[in-house]
Ligand binder design. Structure first.
Ligand code: SAM
Length: 289
């Protein structure tokens, strides 16, 4: 059976380059097979379901499972009428930290007037892989949403009193988020931190090149974070210095994504790689968790 791969808005061409065997495309949804790092949600074993009326369509979806997220593509009014006959599902922005939703959530769309494309087994527990948080204006930028999202997805986060190194920390939204969890943060950047963040208790700032830093220069750490803008290769060479410390690093691509380098990240023991809803042309690598 084929899978559906939902591209993040604006990354349709990236997904087209990544997927080897695309059979059909419905807006941002590609029907095909194989592995994907960039899909925002994967509809595993997508089924073609013919139906005769709105209530028949809803009945056939309900027979598969309870909760469904509708991806509007064609015959949108008809799709909305089917959605109205399904159990109510309108997720609200979540408060961080909140555990991952556990209720199975399917995805479906209409590909013509009498045909549903649906999957009861999606890779993301969030509708269309979109993780919406209750936002705050306290930190200097919205970058903290990436950190909240990855810590939500992996289900572990720095605990009060744990020590974190964070490189490429300025202006300081991740530092703010780590500090709010009660962690101690050693923030490193060549540019200054926002003065409000630098003044937070339990935040120390080192203004210097981060990649010359190693564990021998610092007290023992529980976590290492990087959102530094750098070539992926540089990060790849730096990561092994930290052994089995829990790590969260953004892999930023300068031009087209580089799959040979992605494979090198995957080879690191215990690696997980995500394309977050809040990632743009970048991936998030996690190790040691
Ligand atoms: C995208 S910003 C980080 C934003 C940050 N995560 C936040 O939440 O505010 C990337 C940062 O990486 C820093 N950077 C790039 N190369 C660096 C290096 N070799 N050493 C230290 N900082 C570096 C830049 O100065 C920049 O502030």
């Amino acid at each position: 059976m084929l899978n559906g791969y939902l591209a993040p808005p604006g990354l349709e061409e990236t997904l087209e380059r990544e997927l080897k065997n695309i059979k059909r495309r419905y807006g941002r949804l590609f029907l095909g097979e194989g592995e994907s790092h960039f899909a925002q949600n994967i509809w595993h074993d997508a089924q073609i379901i013919p139906f005769t009326s709105i209530s028949d369509g809803a009945k056939k979806l309900k027979a598969l499972q309870k909760l469904w997220a509708y991806y509007p593509y064609s015959h949108i009014r008809r799709g909305q009428l089917i959605a109205e006959q399904l159990p109510y599902f309108a997720p609200k922005p979540i408060l961080f930290p909140t555990p991952l939703p556990t209720a199975p959530l399917g995805s479906w769309t209409l590909i013509d007037e009498n045909t549903i494309l649906a999957s009861a087994h999606c890779s993301s527990p969030f509708a269309h892989g979109e993780v919406h948080f209750q936002e705050t204006k306290e930190p200097p930028s919205r970058a903290y949403l990436k950190l909240w999202e990855i810590l939500t997805l992996i289900g572990v986060r720095p605990q009060p009193g744990e020590r974190c190194l964070e490189i490429g920390a300025s202006p300081g939204s991740w530092t703010w988020a780590l500090n709010r969890l009660g962690a101690e943060v050693i923030a490193v950047d060549r540019a200054d931190l926002d003065p409000k963040i630098a003044a937070l208790p339990n935040v120390a700032f080192l203004k210097r090149d981060a990649f010359s830093l190693g564990p021998e220069d610092l007290p023992p750490l529980d976590w290492v974070f990087s959102d530094a803008i750098c070539y992926p290769q540089k990060l790849l060479e730096w990561i092994p210095r930290w052994g089995r410390t829990k790590m969260v690093c953004t892999i930023k691509f300068q031009g087209n994504e580089d799959y040979a380098t992605i494979r090198e990240f995957e080879k690191i023991e215990g690696s997980k790689i995500f394309h977050l809803f809040h990632n743009k042309h970048e991936l998030t690598w996690v190790g040691g968790t």
